[in-house]
Every structure is written in C-alpha cells, then in structure tokens.
Design a protein. Structure first.
Length: 202
C-alpha cells in the first residue's frame, strides 16, 4: 500500500512537471550523457534489449502462459493475463491523455505513438516483475529465487535504458513508465491479498 501511494504521488509530480515542460533540462542532460557512449556494437545490443520490451515480451508472455497452463498453474496464468491487459490499457490511456511528442531518435525510426509514459518500461516491469514473483513463489531453492529476481530487475532496467539510448524516449518517460507499472502491480497485489483475506474469513 505504501509503495503504491508513493509511486502515485511521484508519478503525479513527474506528470505535472512534464505538462509544464519543467523536465526539459533533465531530459536533455541525461540523453546527451548516455549518447556519449554510443557505438555500433552497443547500438546492436540496445536494439536487442529494446526488442525484449516489445515483440520479445509478447513471445515470452505467450510461452509463460502456455507453460503455466501446462503445469496446472491456472491462477498464475490468470494473474499474468490480467496484469498485462491492465498495463496495456494504462499505457494507451496515459499516452492519449498527455499527448507528449517523441524526441528526435538517435537510432532507428521514431515510433508513431506518443512518448509519455514509456510503454516498454511499463510493460516490462509488469511482465518480468510479475513473472519473477510467480516463478520465485514456486521454487524452493533460495539461490534460484534470488537469481530470478536479479535477472528480472537487470532486464527491466536495461530495457528502460535502451529506450533512452536509442533516443525514442525522454528519461522522464521511462521513470514514469516504471512508476505506472509499480502502481498497477502493487494494486493487483493489494486486491489479491484482500481477496485471500476475505476468503479466509468467510
């Protein structure tokens, strides 16, 4: 609950500053700093990482859903679908509300959708974060659980960084995407705990 409320306040603060164009200095400074490290090899790596937040994410979600059903993890499969569906609705709605134009891309074409918040950041946090939670809850080895979470966090952060590196998002877009994903996932957890508590009482 505390995480959800803090994330909501932070998102509201960033959204207000974006609407008033107060993040321009921060966005330009971070974009320029990251772009200094650009190289052909790094660009190829970043394109692959970015793919893991779009097409690769969809493929991974389909595989995870199929495996969950195969092993009889029906509740986990439903959690995955509801989380991703809600994240997608949030992304589309917020982009239409804020109408923030994309920055000039450093590499590759500029996406046709609006910039705020970053859909890659939002969806990757929701999917890989929830996937890590569902898997770690079903694995007894502490070392394996830790490894799953470390890999998930690194991938989520790398996807956000790749969007800034490629120049298709402002840093504030990526931060807002992470905050939106955190709000949605923690809300889902709160509702799930409330449902379980209610079921226990009845």
């Amino acid at each position: 609950m505390i995480t959800a409320v803090l994330s909501l306040f932070l998102f509201a603060w960033i959204a207000e500053n974006v609407s008033l164009q107060r993040t321009e200095g921060f966005d330009i400074a971070v974009r320029s700093r990251i772009h200094q490290y650009a190289s052909p090899t790094l660009t190829r790596v970043m394109l692959v990482i970015s793919f893991m937040g779009s097409g690769g994410l969809i493929l991974a979600a389909l595989v995870a859903f199929a495996l969950f059903l195969h092993y009889g993890w029906r509740r986990a499969a439903i959690w995955l679908v509801v989380t991703l569906a809600g994240a997608l609705v949030l992304e589309i709605t917020l982009k239409l509300v804020f109408h923030r134009p994309r920055p000039t891309a450093f590499f590759g074409p500029v996406p046709s959708t609006y910039s705020f918040p970053s859909g890659h950041s939002l969806l990757s946090l929701c999917f890989y974060g929830v996937l890590a939670g569902l898997l770690s809850a079903r694995i007894r080895l502490p070392g394996a659980r830790t490894l799953i979470w470390v890999l998930a966090v690194l991938l989520i952060l790398a996807i956000g960084l790749s969007r800034i590196y490629l120049g298709v998002h402002y840093p504030s877009d990526v931060v807002a995407g992470y905050l939106t994903g955190t709000i949605w996932v923690t809300t889902m957890m709160i509702l799930d705990r409330w449902r379980m508590h209610r079921g226990t009482r009845s």
